[in-house]
Write a protein that binds this ligand. Structure first.
Ligand code: GLN
Length: 490
């Protein structure tokens, strides 16, 4: 018999509808796996045992009364710990928010609840989403379910590991410069960063507000389409959220994409010399299969790609320095008891509460915004950002969709890049331009390299083209061997 953790979201919904499964049964099964496996993986920083059970029982009662809120009523989820869920802790994996209980729901939490979907708990992340490996968590390093000596990617490493190891049926992450796609690639799950504005950021702890976006992390393309549909939509509390936000009329609809004549761009800058040959080979295999199915490949260029990393680290840090000013021991954050005056409240609280990488970003961001440097750094970076956006617009006049690697390498070893921030920043070299341009992109597992590590394939689309990205990903999915990570069998 198929185990609960191996069910797709639709199969789970069907079994709930037929009475073959109950929400409490599903929930207990995940809680049991979490209790068994999480101590090794550290995918969750906080598990809501009692709350999840209560929500599951309430869902089962609704079902008995014929009053379900949606097809998915009773299916639990994992939330990255920078997404607000009322009356529970919201830590961003930071010491400064270690005991902070958030008094309101994020918009996405409200939408999930309105459909009967509730959290099993909150997942680990790089502190304030700054990082690419989840090693910057103040609490624990999340381990990659495929090889526990390796990182899961970051910053949404906890959500990716949870879905990959069967500790949640699906999860939400956030992506400012690759934080959904990179861990999805490293953990072999589907990770979708929606068009900027597709999903409300209300209740997502702000890092780089002009870049941040919440998105699905799932076991399959179909599950991602369902989840994207559930969380997207206009919200008056996020002025950047779009009116044009619905994925489909019928939930989860993924269009059949006719591959014949589909114009696929391969940006030459996204196949750099430093690309791992095994990653390149996996991309090449899918290219060949797509070509055989009738897709046309066009070599294209995104000439300002070289500037994406520096521009991102100026803009994201500038926004972060302003967004994180509120964690000062007064408005938010733990206050150091040794203080004797207000200045000490700020300095001691921030000194003790924030980790090294977060401090580095705040310092850099404050510097690039300071008078005399603003024009040279921030303003210039904003201008180059416009050029990066134009590169993509020019490109999408020639092709329908872009195929690229997600990261130059598969999952790297824990500790391998922690001493060298620049090396860590370069993990995002193939994901961050998408955020600067506000475009949708996803990582779908494309296969396994020699040591059995999964390797994601990235699709990038024009604004609001998520349907097309999901449609073409189905082809990759259908042509990729299914495997489960060793940690999942635990
Ligand atoms: N690794 C990038 C950073 O550290 C992106 C993180 C993210 O997308 N949240 O900023």
């Amino acid at each position: 018999m198929t185990q609960i953790v191996d069910l797709s979201i639709s199969a789970m919904a069907e079994r709930l509808a037929s009475g073959e499964l109950t929400s409490i049964k599903i929930t207990e099964s995940y809680l049991g796996r979490i209790d068994q496996i999480n101590a090794e993986l550290n995918a969750y920083v906080n598990v809501f045992h009692e709350h999840a059970r209560q929500m599951a029982r309430a869902s089962d009662e609704r079902r008995v009364r014929g009053k379900i809120l949606s097809r998915y009523d009773g299916i639990p989820i994992a939330l990255k710990d920078n997404i607000a869920y009322k009356d529970q802790k919201l830590t961003c994996s930071s010491r400064i928010l270690k005991d902070f209980h958030v008094p309101y729901h994020a918009h996405v939490s409200q939408l999930l609840l309105a459909n009967g979907i509730f959290p099993l708990g909150k997942t680990n992340m790089d502190e304030f989403a700054m990082g690419s490996s989840t090693e910057n968590s103040a609490f624990a390093v999340t381990r990659n379910p495929w090889d526990t000596s390796r990182v899961p990617g970051g910053s949404s490493g906890g959500s990716a590991a949870a879905v990959s190891a069967g500790l949640a049926p699906w999860a939400l992450g956030s992506d400012t410069g690759g934080s959904i796609r990179l861990p999805a690639s490293f953990c072999g799950v589907l990770g979708l960063k929606p068009t900027y504005g597709r999903v409300s950021r209300y209740g997502l702890v702000a890092y780089g507000s002009s870049l941040d976006q919440i998105g699905p992390m799932t076991q399959s393309v179909e599950d991602a389409a369902i989840l994207l549909d559930l969380i997207s939509g206009h919200d008056s509390r996020d002025s950047t959220s779009s009116e044009e936000s619905y994925l489909s009329q019928e939930q989860g609809g993924i269009p059949e994409i006719d591959l014949r004549g589909l114009r696929v761009g391969l940006p030459k800058e996204y196949f750099p010399d430093l690309l791992d040959p095994e990653v390149a080979a996996i991309l090449e295999r899918h290219k060949r299969l797509l070509q055989e199915a009738g897709a046309q490949f066009v070599e294209v260029s995104l000439p300002h790609t070289d500037y994406a990393v520096p521009v991102y680290y100026l803009i994201a840090t500038a926004e972060a320095s302003s967004n994180l000013a509120r964690y000062d021991g007064v408005r938010y954050g733990a206050r150091d008891p040794r203080v004797s005056n207000i200045l000490e409240v700020y300095t001691y609280s921030r000194h003790a509460g924030l980790g090294a990488e977060v401090k580095r970003r705040i310092l850099l961001g404050t510097y690039v915004l300071s008078s005399g440097y603003y024009d040279a750094y921030y303003r210039k970076a904003s201008r180059v950002r416009t050029l990066i956006r134009r590169d993509f617009q020019e490109l999408f006049s020639k092709v329908d969709v872009v195929l690229a690697p997600v990261a130059p390498t598969p999952a790297f070893a824990i500790g391998e890049k922690t001493e060298d921030p620049l090396q860590m920043y370069l993990s995002d070299i193939l994901t961050i331009a998408v955020n600067l341009a506000g475009l949708p992109a996803l990582s779908v597992n494309g296969g396994f390299q020699g040591q059995g590590l999964p390797v994601g394939v990235q699709w990038i689309g024009n604004y609001f083209q998520e349907k097309r990205l999901l449609g073409v990903s189905r082809f990759i999915e259908a042509n990729t061997e299914k495997r489960v990570p060793p940690a999942r069998k635990g």
